[in-house]
Each structure stands twice: as C-alpha cells, then as structure tokens.
Design a protein around this ligand. Sequence first.
Ligand code: FAD
Ligand code: UDP
Length: 395
Amino acid sequence: MNADLVIVGSGLTGLTIAERAADELGLKVAIIDRRSHIGGNAYSENEEQTGIEVHRYGAHLFHTSNERVWEYVNRFTEFTNYVHRVYTRHNEIVYPMPINLGTINQFFNAAYTPAEAKALIQEQAGELAGTNPQNLNDKGISLIGRPLYEAFIKHYTAKQWQTDPSELPASIISRLPVRYTYDNRYFNDTHEGLPVNGYTAWLENMVANPNIEVHLNTDFFEEGHEFSKSKVVGQVPVVYTGPIDRYFDYAEGDLSWRTIDLEEEVLPIEDFQGTSVMNYADEKYPFTRIHEFRHFHPERDYTKDATVIHREYSRFAERGDEPYYPINTAVDREKILKYRELAKGEPEMIFAGRLGTYKYFDMHMAIGQALSIFDNKIKPHFSGEEKLVSGGDED
Ligand code: FAD
Ligand code: UDP
C-alpha cells in the first residue's frame, strides 16, 4: 500500500481532510468509497432527458456563517446568489416557511404587528411558560404555541421522523428560526448559495492534487483489496467517515437512523410548483416535501419543455439502507457513548463526519469539523509533535 493516510468515505468530511493532508503536508492519501462516485450525499448529476442538475441524495443547500469554511469552499467553486425560501401546504393553502409574520397573519387571518403577534404566541405558548423544554414537542409548543405547532410541525415531524416528537431532541426544531418580521429566508447564515458549475465540479476540484488517489466501488468491510479494514487498521492512520455502529459490527446495538426515498418524475411542463421546495404539512400526503430542481438555478438556461421533481418520503433505515439522519433518542445517546469509548481504543483511527460521529451535520459543519481534525490531530501527528489520539470528537 502506497499511502500515508487512508480515508474511508469521499463525502465532504473525507474530501476536506484529504485535500488538506495532500496540499499542506504533501502526504500521499488514499480515499476509498463504496459508491461509484465521490462526494457522499452532496453528489449531484444532470438528469438525462432534461439536463437539469439533480441532487441524487436529496436537495443540498449550502449556507454558513463560519468565515473560515466560507473562504475554504470558495477555493474550489464559486457560489450563485441563490437564497433559499420554502413554502408549506396546510389544508390546501400555501404558507411561507419558516414561521414568520407572514405565516402568522395568514394563519390567523389577521394583520398583527410584530408586538401583537409576539404577545399572541406568548399567550398560546403559556402552557409551557417557565420550563426549559428538552424535547421537540415541548420546544415546538414553547416557540410558536400549540395551534401553529399542530398545523405546521406536528404532522410534518411525525412523517419525517416516525418517532413521537416528545422522544426527539429539542435541537432538531431549534434549527428552524421563528421570525416576527416578513423575512422568509430559510437560513439565518451570512453566506449562502449553490455551486455555480454544480456540486460534482466542486467536489472534483477538491481531489485534483495528484497525491490523492480515489478508489471507488471499494467497501472498507469487504476483503479482496488493499484498503480493507483488516489490512489497513494499525498499519497506517485511518479516517473513517462511515457509520460508527457498522465499524464495530453493531457490538453495542444498532443506532437508529432515518433514510429517505426519492421518487423522481420528469413532467412535460415548464413549471410544476413555482418554487424549489414545497413542504406538505398534513398527514394525508405521505411525502414530506417536493423538490423542483430547475428553481435552484434560475440563472441557467434550462429547457422550457420539461421539469424534474422529487417527492421525498422518509422512513427508518434498516441495515443495508443509506443511513442519512441520526435519530438520536435517549437510547441512541447511551449507545453512542459506548461506541465513542470503543473508538478511543482503536489504533490510529479517527471517526469523523455525520455517520462517524452520529451527529446531524450540515455541509459547513462537516467541513468545519474536518478542518479542526486536520489542525488538531492530523497535522500534529505527521509533523511529529504529537501521537495520533484515536476517537471522534467528544463534545
Ligand atoms: P457523507 O456525505 O455521508 O459521506 C460518507 C461517505 O462514506 C459516503 O460516500 C459513503 O458511501 C462512504 N462510506 C460509508 N461506508 C463506507 C464503507 N464501508 N466503505 C467505503 N465507503 C463508505 N447539508 C447542508 O449543508 N445543506 C443541505 O441542504 C443538506 N441537505 C441534506 C439532505 C439530505 C437528504 C441529507 C442526507 C443530508 C443533507 N445535508 C445537507 C448534510 C450533508 O449531506 C452532510 O453534511 C455531508 O454529506 C456530510 O458529509 P460526510 O462526509 O460526513 O458524509
Ligand atoms: N419542520 C417541520 N415543518 C416544516 C419544516 C421543518 O416540522 O415545514 C421540522 C421537522 O421536525 C424537521 C426540522 O423542523 O426535522 C428541521 O427542518 P429542516 O428543514 O432543517 O430539516 P432537513 O432539511 O434537515 O430535513
């Protein structure tokens, strides 16, 4: 094996660590991925009939307030000035999302000022006044009151997570802002946009250094190649970005993950829904949302004869499904602590990324974590300052 560092998984975590190690330290890096392409879940390709860029593993919107991450990603791609806005359909009426003064006034058929709306929501959230909600249900009600929670959050969340919201961590809902203005931007971050030439062009630029070798269709847990677990662990430092429970052969039990199924349809019309993402808040629709990809790139000259949509369905992941979102129930949190202890005992192994640390990371968080791992673990190890400490991030 001709590599100083082996990276399992070519998602943004693996690519960032590989790029830094090859570029800044001049290391020879081997990246393996069991899929037939790089980029992990951020991968996209042009749909064959229409040429419209489709995000294969679910729509990906880049946003960050981390200046270091923003500077870093701009080395590989320029970003468009796309600003994400989402709408949601409830009782056959379309409302702006996240919940803002427009949503509130439309819902209550009113013309409340910001102060009036705040007072109303405070009153409606009164049942939980003075508490510090730890689960999604209570947090949701305390943020927006019961009527809005039941209309826009309760059933959507049930469809998305198939877990009682009182079992889910409050942090999931804290991702969604509530605003007492008419600002309906989905994200609060300073920077936002989509890669001008698509995700794949961006991701490929990250592995342009000739010191990086990429081996696709190569599973770490299968024998018959030089980068299998049995051949590399203990021989050379490894960064593992696959699911942590799989690495330990599920010794502490399966962690629960959610996966999604995307139903793609090419329609012979120019525009299906007039916007990129429409959420479906009600139980009667089995999908959570519909993405229409042409709207992510209004600056492109796409065909007017057809459009591509994805209906997104959410369900529990079984072994063999793609594990996308950590569900993170109390039982999961006990298991992950045990896995993190096991991880520390492995020789020169770093567990990273969304799957390796069992954390709900957006792309900028995965890149941020990868840059920190490079600074705090990889660089000190290879410059001889410090022996590599195995494990993930333990915060
Ligand atoms: P991944 O991208 O999952 O990459 C892990 C890689 O490891 C995969 O390529 C996998 O094939 C490989 N691998 C796993 N096991 C093995 C093995 N045994 N052998 C070899 N290779 C293996 N973030 C945003 O910022 N904005 C969004 O809008 C957004 N939307 C999302 C929508 C969905 C449906 C999902 C699932 C995620 C979304 N994300 C979004 C999050 C984003 O995808 C992640 O932050 C990012 O992909 C994390 O990268 P990663 O490298 O940690 O993991
Ligand atoms: N959510 C909701 N209704 C919506 C949008 C979001 O209830 O219309 C809740 C839901 O629980 C979801 C969480 O807010 O899991 C975070 O939403 P986000 O859009 O960030 O989810 P993601 O894009 O990561 O699936």
